[in-house]
Design a protein around this ligand. Structure first.
Ligand code: F6P
Length: 413
């Protein structure tokens, strides 16, 4: 038997199911017997919650729907495997289940935290001389994975963010009184997503007034002074701010307000409320109308506005992972390598997962303006190809049609 297993982990994206399809189809084309899916990632494997994907993905229409369905079809988790030393029982359990399922290759679609799972499983596999190959498929809207030029999921989120920013700017201009809109964008400690608001600027749009990335220390007083200056010149002020901006003492701006933060298994605080806090400060100081616009989950799964480039690269990354594993590689994560800018072209290449797991790639400071309130054209130039072309959902009755899992676990007792 040549069975494979695949899981999805971390935050969802619009194209994570394209990667799943890439794994599924390529594995089948290369002779895999059963393609199993872990329900809720590695946690599903630990709970013996595993499905045979062929029971749900049967027709070309199912595959088409899967490609166009946002979020993680298999469900996801934010779960960190414990260190190997001292926790061998957990690894014995995982490897026993993989043996029972006759697994030949294991694929995990996720970001830098999720690649920790590939790292640990391939390390343990090497220790016990397991023949199973472990390969990661890159995914995150945050675009903060090391080595790869960018990550599948980022282009579509950037496209949504840029398009929505244009709409917010248009909306802000209608009244004859001042309005300050603060757009809060995800991305944790990396500003790639927030930088995508710069793409709104063009011949039909004046663009955002300021962009605040987490790579630059945030100063609330300076921000308020800048808002005051902008209000003297413009009726509508629109600024983009990353959820991950921090003040000089290391606290996130969202921690300056007094709401309670949730912390996940990776030790990440839930970052939300930055725009609300800053908009409140502006309203208090200048007595103007403000809007706090938290893009939140809207930017992650906006499959009605995916980038075709992103969908294709997500699919290819899944396929490349299968190819790498079937050619004998393990402990790898697929990366995208930009080989040409004009015309834009990326190829896939496996890289050692040890250099990717748990590493956050930030926006280079040389791509941020010296005053720290905007991004340079080089950054816009980098993002631009990633948002090109569209893939439409399959519209049914006026709404996008999605595919749902609805399959019982094959081995759960
Ligand atoms: O997947 C990464 C990310 O989108 C971050 O940008 C964001 O901070 C985080 O997910 C939020 O995740 P959750 O869904 O766990 O709140």
């Amino acid at each position: 038997m040549k069975n494979v297993i695949v899981g999805q982990s971390g935050g969802p994206t619009s194209v994570i199911n394209s990667s799943l399809l890439g794994v599924f189809k390529t594995a089948k084309d290369r002779g895999a017997d059963i393609v199993y899916g872990m329900v809720h990632g590695i946690k599903g494997l630990l709970d013996r919650d595993v499905v045979d994907l062929s029971q749900r993905i049967k027709t070309d229409l199912d595959m088409d729907l899967l490609k166009r369905t946002p979020s993680s079809f298999l469900g996801s988790c934010r779960y960190k495997l414990p260190d190997i030393v001292g926790n061998e029982k957990t690894y014995e359990q995982i490897f026993a289940t993989l043996k029972e399922l006759e697994i030949y290759a294991f694929f995990y679609i996720g970001g830098n935290d999720s690649m920790d799972t590939i790292k640990k499983l391939s390390d343990y596999g090497a220790q016990v001389n397991s023949p199973i190959r472990f390969v990661g498929v890159p995914k995150t809207i945050d675009n903060d994975l090391a080595i790869t030029d960018h990550t599948p999921g980022y282009g579509s989120a950037a496209k949504y963010i840029a398009a929505t920013t244009k709409e917010i700017i248009r909306d802000g201009l209608v009244y004859d009184y001042p309005v300050v809109s603060v757009i809060e964008v995800m991305g944790r400690n990396a500003g790639w997503l927030t930088a995508a608001t710069a793409l709104a600027k063009g011949e039909d749009c004046e663009g955002v007034d300021q962009i605040y990335l987490p790579e630059v220390v945030f100063d609330v007083d300076k921000f308020l002074k800048q808002m005051g200056d902008l209000l003297k010149q413009n009726r509508s002020v629109v600024v983009a701010v990353s959820e991950g901006v921090k003040v000089a003492d290391g606290r996130y701006v969202c921690e300056l307000s007094d709401h309670v933060d949730y912390v996940d298994a990776f030790g990440h605080k839930q970052l939300a409320g930055t725009a609300r806090f800053l908009a409140g400060k502006v309203a208090e100081k200048y007595g103007v109308k403000t809007r706090a616009i938290e893009l939140s989950s809207l930017q992650r799964c906006a499959a009605h506005i995916t980038s075709r480039i992103d969908v294709t690269e997500a699919y290819n990354s899944g396929g490349a992972a299968v190819k790498a594993a079937f050619e004998g590689q393990t402990g790898q994560c697929i990366t995208l390598k930009r080989v040409s800018d004009d015309p834009y072209m990326c190829i896939t290449e496996p890289a050692d997962v040890h250099f990717i797991a748990n590493v956050e790639k930030k926006v280079p400071l040389e791509w941020i303006t010296d005053d720290g309130t905007n991004v340079k054209p080089e950054l816009v130039h980098y993002i631009h190809p990633l948002i090109q072309s569209e893939i439409s959902p399959l519209w049914v009755d006026g709404l996008p049609r999605h595919i749902r899992l609805h399959v019982k676990s094959t081995i759960k007792k």
